[in-house]
Design a protein around this ligand. Structure first.
Ligand SMILES: *[C@@H]1O[C@H](CO)[C@@H](O)[C@H](O)[C@H]1NC(C)=O
Ligand SMILES: *[C@@H]1O[C@H](CO)[C@@H](O)[C@H](O)[C@H]1NC(C)=O
Ligand SMILES: *[C@@H]1O[C@H](CO)[C@@H](O)[C@H](O)[C@H]1NC(C)=O
Ligand SMILES: *[C@@H]1O[C@H](CO)[C@@H](O)[C@H](O)[C@H]1NC(C)=O
Length: 191
């Protein structure tokens, strides 16, 4: 009786986990929808972390309105950054988001000045406005308007994810290859 009951419980748990994983890994550029009727004309499915970056470039302002979305567990954090001075982590001008102890999302800009950054809120080398974040269907999303982009629309960007946040400070991410390769070049003027 007991082993059978446990078997069914484990089996059910596995099914729930599988369905959660399938549901949460399914969203891509082609079928993402956003709260507040936000619509983005451009999108890039990024390798690693089930991430995708959506954007609208506003040429008159040289600003880009972005939505960065990635799969994540509730205790984790996500970040998306432009690196205006190089490639990779150091020098990145980042937006980071995670879920608070009280269940609401926290999101802020933070400048990554070293391989051991404070991850505390700070100023970036470009303006950021209309910043917000949400957590739905096992995905975290950062919304923001960045710019003016003084150095043009082609930028090096970096995206990252970590499993833990302690006292509202995102903790170090894994050093596995995906976490070291999650960077690229993007042209905001391309659809
Ligand atoms: C989104 O599209 C992908 C393929 O592009 C598909 O596998 C997935 O089921 C779709 N997800 C939703 C939530 O519609
Ligand atoms: C533009 O590029 C310069 C030189 O690489 C850099 O110092 C500066 O931070 C960049 N400006 C912005 C707004 O990113
Ligand atoms: C949740 O906690 C954060 C950080 O301490 C705080 O800024 C925010 O106002 C809190 N939200 C609610 C709904 O209590
Ligand atoms: C950005 O925020 C301002 C002030 O809240 C608002 O007036 C404006 O419509 C927002 N812009 C976008 C594109 O959401």
């Amino acid at each position: 009786m007991q082993p059978m009951a446990s078997f069914f419980k484990v089996n059910l748990l596995l099914k729930v986990l599988v369905s959660v994983f399938v549901a949460s890994s399914a969203e891509t550029c082609s079928n993402s929808t956003f709260s507040l009727n936000r619509v983005y004309n451009s999108c890039s499915d990024l390798p690693y972390f089930g991430a995708h970056l959506h954007w609208n470039y506003i040429p008159s302002l040289r600003k880009v309105s972005i939505a960065y979305r990635a799969r994540q567990i509730s205790t984790g954090w996500i970040a998306w950054a432009i690196n205006p001075t190089g490639t990779g982590m150091v020098g990145s001008q980042a937006l980071v988001a995670f879920r608070n102890d009280n269940g609401s999302m926290t999101v802020y800009p933070t400048s990554i000045t070293s391989y051991n950054p404070s991850m505390l809120p700070g100023e970036l080398s470009f303006q950021v406005s209309n910043i917000s974040a949400e957590y739905k269907h096992n995905e975290m999303t950062i919304y923001a308007i960045v710019g003016p982009l003084e150095n043009g629309t082609i930028v090096n960007h970096v995206w990252q994810a970590g499993n833990s946040v302690s006292s509202n400070i995102p903790q170090i991410h894994s050093m596995s290859s995906s976490h070291l390769q999650s960077m690229g070049k993007i042209d905001f003027q391309k659809a």
